[in-house]
Design a protein around this ligand. Structure first.
Ligand code: ZN
Length: 171
């Protein structure tokens, strides 16, 4: 098995590729990857809110859906899955991660400006037993974090960003 840091970096880079692809599809640049205990890549996901016209099509939910039966099998066999995502999960995805029984969450960039929910919900001391079972690693790599910050900057000026869609409406 690779060293944990190398492993985290490897999968976060795959998640970043998904985020880049999402931006090319003119939607939120967020990607996610699910990995099992033996370092097998179980599923990839990316934001599909704009292409699918689905407000719930976030990267983490997409990855969980793509993982399909593996999620339920892991639950039955008590295997510990990890999800890597490029941005701190929102409240919906935080719930999805708990429902999918994922045991470790690694994200590249904390989301204090947007809808970052994981740390807030955990700090609220609700569902404590569930949150206690999940390890988190926030912002482990400065250079990869910077790449996500850059993607968010590009998204801010994308015509599909709701700010610009509203402006276009008011013209
Ligand atoms: Zn989300």
């Amino acid at each position: 098995m690779k060293l944990n840091m190398d492993k985290d970096r490897y999968y976060l880079e795959i998640a970043l590729k998904e985020a880049e692809q999402a931006l090319k599809e003119n939607t939120y640049p967020i990607g996610a990857v699910i990995v099992d205990e033996s370092d097998n890549l179980i599923a990839k996901g990316r934001n599909r809110v704009h292409p699918n016209q689905d407000a719930t099509a976030h990267a983490e939910i997409d990855a969980i859906r793509n993982a399909g039966q593996a999620i339920l099998n892991a639950k039955v066999k008590r295997e510990k899955f990890t999800i890597y995502t490029t941005l701190e999960p929102c409240p919906m995805c935080t719930g999805g991660i708990l429902f999918a029984n994922i045991k470790k969450v690694v994200w590249l960039l904390n989301d204090d400006l947007g809808f970052g929910g994981y740390r807030k919900i955990k700090a609220a001391n609700v569902f404590e037993e569930r949150f206690d079972e999940v390890d988190i690693i926030e912002e482990p790599f400065e250079d990869l974090k910077k790449r996500q910050v850059e993607l968010m900057g590009k998204w801010a000026i994308n015509p599909n960003n709701v700010v610009h869609l509203r402006k276009a409406l008011n013209k």
